[in-house]
Design a protein around this ligand. Structure first.
Ligand SMILES: [Zn+2]
Length: 467
């Protein structure tokens, strides 16, 4: 204490003679391992700490007969700490060689992840490149509480798909939406098969009885939104609003099948959503219908949602509502992404609400009728929308209760403020990550109302709110 006081007094006195500056003794930089998880309370081992991925470049080759996948992943990342080693999420495949900035790295298994020791410590803020040469027979990822995701192989085709995790089944990744990155895929398959994925198509080339398909998505993408579907597809290539529109249905599907007809309305539905939510956030459009009895819904894979054939075999109104739901996610969930899975309602509540808006537009029940029915039957005591627990992620909490909270907000602040809020939200947080607190703050700013208690009641309260 006394020493500090003396120094302070000395510092305050004016007119001191300059003190010679001693050369600073070089401080050794301490490099430490990145954490094995990105810090999501629901899935502690999901994702990884210590770095932020900027881009994935995958060059892969798939053999449908043997089920083997082989190739390289080039990952460009930035260290977020002085980094000695880090994890990559990769399950069920064998790593043959890893280099970091061109130097061979030591690797080891760490549970379902790969631990990589950097040959030379990487300083915080430095970009680095990891090349992983790997292969094997990819598997499903069994997430006990949510259901399988990952790599699915069947007689009718193969696809990589799944939420909240699927990337780690087919490429090494920081597999959590808090670390979004650009993505490019080259997939080589036997000639006659199609490999379709996210974003803009590159030129496909054929050689030695094989075709290489190229796809890229420049806008940052959460890893669970990356997909590939390999099989016999009828691909329709066109453009919409000056951007590529690429849709694919199983080659055996008639263009008049309900699923194909609903898919053909993708551009019209996206434009309808754009009027309500603001500009369409990505540089490509599309959708893929997959014929697999084991797949019973869709997923909002970026720029090109995947739909189970069974999800699109209802009436035209039902089928297009599914498409409206997955397209709405391009704004909510894909461009404006979660930071933690407990805020899943920021993705599913909005997509479900978009579905209700579309049903009303198509002459189905009005939003008011849908909300009334949900409100009456909802188990308010037991199922919150926000923070429903990992086993409640796919329950009606984030979905229907989240959508009801949005409708209650619209009723409270009025149509003008509500849709202004949605457009402001998608613009402000485009290509970013958000939390529930961010949304409440935005709603309060735009409406000029205090809404903390309102959201508490609608999202988390254990009784039926007044409506
Ligand atoms: Zn959804």
């Amino acid at each position: 204490m006394a020493g500090a006081l003396v120094l302070m007094l000395a510092g305050c006195s004016a007119g001191d003679a300059p003190v010679p500056v001693m050369p600073a003794s070089p401080q050794p930089v301490v490099f430490s391992p990145g954490s094995p998880g990105i810090g999501d309370p629901y899935f502690p081992s999901a994702g990884n700490g210590g770095y932020d991925v900027g881009r994935y470049d995958l060059k892969l080759r798939y053999e449908p007969r043997s089920g083997r996948l082989d190739g390289t992943a080039t990952i460009t990342a930035t260290a977020t700490q002085n980094l000695s080693s880090f994890h990559l999420d990769l399950t069920g495949l064998t790593v043959r060689e890893v280099t970091v900035n061109g130097l061979a790295a030591v690797t080891g298994a760490a549970g379902a992840e790969v631990a990589v020791t950097a040959p030379v410590g990487i300083k915080r803020g430095k970009k680095f490149t990891v090349v992983v040469n790997y292969g094997g027979t990819p598997q499903e990822i069994k997430t006990p509480v949510v259901g399988p995701g990952g790599w699915h192989r069947s007689a009718r085709g193969t696809y990589a798909l799944g939420e909240p995790f699927s990337a780690g089944a087919w490429f090494p990744a920081n597999d959590h939406p808090a670390d979004k990155a650009a993505f490019a895929l080259e997939m080589t398959v036997p000639e006659g098969l199609t490999a379709i994925s996210n974003g803009i198509p590159g030129r496909s080339t054929s050689r030695d009885g094989r075709t290489t398909w190229r796809w890229s998505q420049a806008a940052p993408m959460a890893t669970y939104l990356a997909f590939v579907a390999i099989g016999k597809y009828r691909v329709t290539t066109g453009s919409h609003q000056g951007k590529p529109m690429i849709t694919a249905v199983p080659a055996t599907m008639s263009p008049n099948a309900p699923a194909a007809r609903a898919l053909a309305r993708t551009g019209e539905i996206a434009d309808w959503l754009e009027k309500r939510f603001g500009p369409y956030p990505f540089n490509a459009y599309g959708g893929v219908v997959i014929d697999d009895p084991g797949l019973d819904s869709g997923l909002e894979t970026q720029t090109r949602p995947v739909y189970s054939r069974h999800a699109l075999d209802g009436t035209s109104r039902q089928n297009t509502a599914v498409i409206a739901h997955e397209l709405a996610h391009q704004w909510f969930g894909n461009s404006v992404s979660l930071t933690r899975w407990q805020d899943f309602w920021l993705s599913e509540g909005f997509a479900t609400y978009a579905e209700w808006l579309w049903l009303e537009h198509e002459g189905g029940p009005t939003v008011e009728q849908t909300v009334h029915e949900q409100y009456t039957n909802y188990p308010w005591q037991v199922l919150p929308a926000e923070d429903p627990g990992p086993d409640g992620l796919l329950s009606s909490g984030p979905y229907e209760r989240g959508a009801m909270a949005l409708h209650a907000l619209r009723t409270r602040i009025g149509d003008t403020s509500f849709f202004k809020l949605l457009r402001s939200w998608t613009r402000t947080h485009a290509n970013g990550n958000v939390t529930t607190a961010d949304f409440i703050a935005a709603a309060e700013r735009i409406s000029g109302q205090k809404l903390g208690e309102f959201f508490e009641v609608w999202l988390s309260g254990s009784y039926r709110p007044t409506y």
